[in-house]
Design a protein around this ligand. Sequence first.
Ligand code: SAM
Length: 212
Amino acid sequence: MSDKPDTFQSTLWRGGFGNEYIGRNPASASNVQSAAMLWAQILRRLQGDPPRNILEVGANIGINLCALRGLIDAQLFAVEPNENARRRLADESILPAANILDGLASNIALTDRSIDLVFTRGVLIHIHPDDLLSSCREMHRVARRYIASIEYFSANPEELTYRNQANALFKRDFGAFWLDHFLDLRVLDYGFAWQRLTGLDNLTWWVFEKLG
Ligand SMILES: C[S@@+](CC[C@H](N)C(=O)[O-])C[C@H]1O[C@@H](n2cnc3c(N)ncnc32)[C@H](O)[C@@H]1O
């Protein structure tokens, strides 16, 4: 495990900026249902060897974890830097306390290859490009079989102002980033969750198998 200090971006998410996000994004039935539709599609690709444990990096209050709980019998884990979000995961019994970890994508307190499926949704976009490779390396280290990312796509890397905050949102082709830096990954599937039909925020997703 690396021992990375907080960055400008992770400090935002640990504080009021992160708390405001929680207020805007409840785990409502419709948000969980939208996530479940997407996860059903992704999990179909893993049917031959379904993950027995799953880690969400940047889980927030657990919208994806609630969706996954209804779809698959797997042990679920969360890494989340925001304390209020972690408390919600515990207080609302979304995960057992032992499965809720303080940390960052670049600093995950789990052993090598201990998790069958490691994924992010809307998290790589909030990591500064200078920290992206160390973050992906750490997720790759912990992953045994599968890695998935569900993120905003841009063919060329770009930074956008997010909620009036500079240096907080970075889009790129994250699928290409994974493949370019981790030669033992092969694409199992990818897709686009079009807002008009899915209720999700025009998200591009990739699921990889780790061959190494
Ligand atoms: C836009 S929210 C997405 C939450 C959740 N994945 C979902 O889809 O509902 C981003 C989450 O990532 C967390 N986060 C921010 N930077 C992170 C980092 N470097 N490593 C891990 N999590 C991070 C934030 O605290 C927040 O909970």
